[in-house]
Ligand binder design. Structure first.
Ligand code: HEM
Length: 169
């Protein structure tokens, strides 16, 4: 026997009955009406963002996989120097930055939707979102810093760290 768990947006409850919030005359009950909220059209923009960022992510992710895994020696060429070489080029810096930001904002908004759908207690929803937004902020800030401050040939206290492709000091 298989059990299915319907999300709150599916319009069904666990007994299979309709729970779309409509009463017997077909009118939407006040608590489910979408107009007059204080959040403006944020949810509509978030819905649109998921579709648009999804389309751009397809290009960014498959471009990334193609260049890294298939061009030239493909996967065998990937090492520290390969990544260093890519981030020496502003084109790949911007590409990776866009991929990082879009994937993080898209993924975070998707998980926000899931939390809204499934967390039943206000406090649970609040804490899950605090953890989600904190993790997103840390990853976006650190990732952005890494892309733009990455130095493949660092010199620490006048001593260059080893790196086969770095010019001799
Ligand atoms: C290949 C590019 C991608 C495309 C075309 C894409 C497309 C979409 C679309 C259209 C939705 C909305 C679905 C809905 O509202 O019912 C969605 C939801 C979601 N996406 Fe993506 N996405 C992509 C990549 C990613 C990546 C990289 C992540 C993670 C970082 C991610 C995480 C999510 C999550 C968590 C949801 C919410 C799922 C839900 O509501 O049940 N997606 N995606």
């Amino acid at each position: 026997m298989t059990a299915t768990i319907d999300s709150p947006r599916s319009g069904r409850n666990s007994s299979g009955k309709n729970s779309s919030g409509r009463n017997s005359s077909g009118k939407i009950a006040p608590q489910y009406r979408r107009t007059g909220g204080s959040r403006g059209n944020f949810e509509m923009l978030a819905w649109l963002f998921m579709r648009l960022s999804g389309v751009v992510l397809v290009v960014l992710i498959f471009g990334h996989l193609f260049v890294n895994l298939m061009v030239g020696e493909g996967i065998h060429a990937i090492d520290f120097g390969f990544v260093a070489g890519k981030w020496a080029d502003p084109f790949w810096q911007v590409w990776d930055l866009a991929m990082l930001w879009l994937a993080m904002l898209h993924g975070t908004n998707g998980v926000r939707t899931i939390i809204n759908d499934y967390a039943e207690k206000d406090s649970t929803r609040l804490w899950l979102k605090i953890v989600l937004y904190a993790a997103t902020t840390v990853i976006i800030v650190l990732g952005t810093l890494v892309i733009f401050t990455f130095n493949p040939c660092p010199v620490v206290d006048g001593v260059p760290l080893p790196g086969g492709f770095c010019p001799a000091a």
